[in-house]
Design a binder for this molecule. Structure first.
Ligand SMILES: O=C(O)CCC(=O)C(=O)O
Ligand SMILES: [Fe+2]
Length: 285
């Protein structure tokens, strides 16, 4: 579907035989190389193992990998969240959710001026974002449910060799050996629920869709500044940098329900600052 033979928007897709058959790979142009370097992911693997990766936006880069999660993994994550929701609705929804800005904005309707202005300027229909919409049921996922997908994520990011720690405390800094997942959350949206415009505030976001949304059923992830919206498709994942920029929102669901899992990741480090092994306190050479 995203396979084009020639230059498209300044980048190329070329057919390639990957481990899951004939698929498309993204050829890194000089521009794309520069952008990935700036992001801190110069070795991102868009060609080999990840011949399935597609560049759906070049600047800033947004990578889509279809079938990043297999149907069983999607089901396990949905089931976990559904059961926990049913069993302990109140406690589970407590203050585990770390995406401070989104929650604060939704609770207090203090959407940033930036976000409000953008919605006005871009003429975003208010039907996609209802004033009273909830931001979905959010549940932190236990690391063991996430670990199986990490080798593939590290390969995609070109960060093989790093270990991954689940750690919210930002005083734990990434280093050449370690990357941190600050937040791993499943979000379950019911009718009229979505997320107001925000940035994630981390070096990378992996947004995995855990179910299919029908056409016209809402629930798209929209990046209004770049005019991109992405339909939820079970198993597909987006990887992007939304640290200070790349505002996005989730359209309200208008039919059915929507499930995602989101990993908020910090991997960037300053090589001039001594790296600490937080298990031993030793300086890493
Ligand atoms: O559900 C989506 O499509 C996006 C969710 C999101 O951006 C967030 O929770 O930070
Ligand atoms: Fe987000």
């Amino acid at each position: 579907m995203y396979c084009f033979a020639g230059p498209v928007l300044g980048f190329y897709f070329r057919p390639q035989t990957g481990r899951r058959g004939r698929v498309c790979a993204v050829q890194k142009t000089e521009k794309l190389k520069g952008l990935l370097e700036k992001w801190g992911l110069p070795n991102m693997d868009l060609v080999n193992e990840f011949a399935r990766a597609k560049l759906i936006h070049e600047d800033p880069p947004i990578i889509m990998v279809e079938d990043f999660l297999d149907p069983t993994r999607c089901m396990i994550l949905r089931q976990y969240a559904r059961r926990t929701r049913q069993l302990n609705e109140k406690d589970a929804e407590s203050d585990l959710y770390l995406n401070y800005r989104v929650n604060a904005e939704n609770r207090e309707d203090t959407s940033s001026e930036e976000a409000k202005q953008l919605l006005e300027e871009q003429n975003i229909p208010t039907s996609t974002l209802s004033a009273d919409m909830g931001s979905g049921f959010r549940l932190q996922v236990p690391p063991p449910l996430v670990r199986p997908i990490l080798p593939e994520l590290l390969r995609l990011m070109g960060l093989q060799g790093r270990t991954v720690e689940f750690e919210e405390g930002i005083w734990y800094k990434p280093n050449k050996r370690t990357m941190y997942i600050r937040d791993q959350t499943v979000v379950h949206y019911l009718l009229n629920e979505g997320v107001a415009p925000h940035v994630d505030g981390k070096d990378a976001t992996l947004l995995c869709y855990l179910n299919d949304m029908e056409d016209g059923g809402g629930g798209k992830t929209c990046f209004p500044e770049i005019g991109l919206s992405v339909q939820a498709k079970a198993g597909s994942a987006l990887l992007y940098e939304s640290n200070k920029g790349l505002l996005h929102y989730a359209e309200a669901v208008t039919k059915g329900e929507k499930w995602i899992m989101q990993l908020l990741i910090d991997f960037k480090y300053d090589p001039n600052i001594p790296a600490v092994d937080y298990n031993t306190g030793q300086i890493i050479e």
